[in-house]
Design a protein around this ligand. Structure first.
Ligand code: ATP
Ligand code: ATP
Ligand code: MG
Ligand code: MG
Ligand code: MG
Ligand code: MG
Length: 258
């Protein structure tokens, strides 16, 4: 017969393996909607891009950025968001499971809470869920490569999806549209859009083409006091849709990854 009082807590705890993220590296937590192909169909998202669904994602990410002040930058597209934590972050003593689980659950509960603000006419039919992972990037250069990779992915997917849905909406079956696009290059896809549908890819909404970047900016406000004007600095979260692959964004915002 086993006496439970003889089991030492240290012994039980010793089975717990805590994965600690490497110190002084950028931590990126990427979350991604589970089976959003289906979720977007069930909730009749506009194809290829539902603007309101993206606005909801952005709003949830802003809430995450405000809640966890160690986040210095965040980039989102489709059903995914990446959150970059400052190199010396000590959030959850850098335990991956702590950080990832709290980001995912916070994001997801905000998604559900805000659903009706973005889709007042649409019922949320079932609880969505998101998965998450944490990856360390040892240098700013590699971190920027990571972010560039996500934005390139956004571009490639959006270009493909734009062509695909144009073909489908013009009467082709999904199978036919897929076969039609098989092996086409970026240039050919742009030509297809212009020649068959009179659409210039560059004129599509910038949020669809570039995804969404979230970061803090410093705002200077001049307040009038009895003894004259006084400058007040305030931090503000902004959502922008801009190129983060090239140098210019990072040169314009040197403090984000300093
Ligand atoms: P997984 O669980 O493996 O992530 P998934 O179905 O979510 O599977 P993803 O590769 O993450 O696959 O792709 C997300 C899909 O969700 C897109 O292909 C698209 O069909 C749909 N989707 C997400 N956001 C939107 C949106 N704003 N408008 C239209 N469709 C969207
Ligand atoms: P941490 O973020 O470190 O987990 P915590 O405040 O959540 O901090 P826990 O050790 O997880 O600390 O303890 C959870 C606390 O939540 C309990 O101490 C108790 O005060 C409260 N709590 C949780 N569930 C219940 C419940 N069903 N009824 C009343 N109080 C509860
Ligand atoms: Mg996934
Ligand atoms: Mg997904
Ligand atoms: Mg995805
Ligand atoms: Mg607790």
């Amino acid at each position: 017969e086993k006496d439970i009082n003889k089991v030492k807590p240290e012994y039980v705890k010793s089975f717990q393996f805590e994965h600690k993220l490497m110190p002084f590296t950028w931590i990126v937590v990427r979350i991604d909607g589970c089976h959003f192909h289906r979720f977007s169909e069930v909730h009749e998202f506009e194809k290829p891009n539902d603007g309101q669904a993206l606005n909801l994602m952005n709003s949830c990410a802003v809430a995450v950025v405000k809640e966890f002040q160690d986040i210095v930058f965040s980039y989102g597209v489709s059903d995914e968001y990446s959150f970059v934590l400052k190199k010396d972050s000590q959030l959850y003593q850098r335990h991956a499971s702590g950080i990832v689980s709290v980001f995912v659950s916070f994001f997801c509960s905000v998604y559900v809470m805000k659903w009706k603000d973005f889709f007042p006419e649409k019922e949320l039919k079932y609880p969505p869920c998101f998965d998450g992972r944490a990856v360390c990037y040892p240098s700013t250069e590699i971190l920027r490569d990571y972010l560039a990779w996500r934005q390139v992915d956004c571009h490639i997917n959006n270009q493909y999806n734009t062509c695909f849905w144009m073909l489908v909406k013009s009467g082709k079956s999904k199978r036919e549209a897929q076969d039609y696009l098989k092996g086409t290059r970026a240039q050919e896809k742009n030509e297809l859009l212009v020649q068959q549908f009179g659409v210039d890819y560059q004129t599509l909404p910038v949020m669809f083409r570039q995804g969404s970047s979230i970061f803090w900016v410093k705002e200077v406000e001049t307040e009038m006091h009895n003894d004259g004007p006084r400058e007040k600095f305030q931090k503000k979260v902004v959502v922008e849709h801009c190129d983060i692959i090239g140098q210019s964004f990072w040169k314009a915002h040197p403090s984000i990854l300093d």
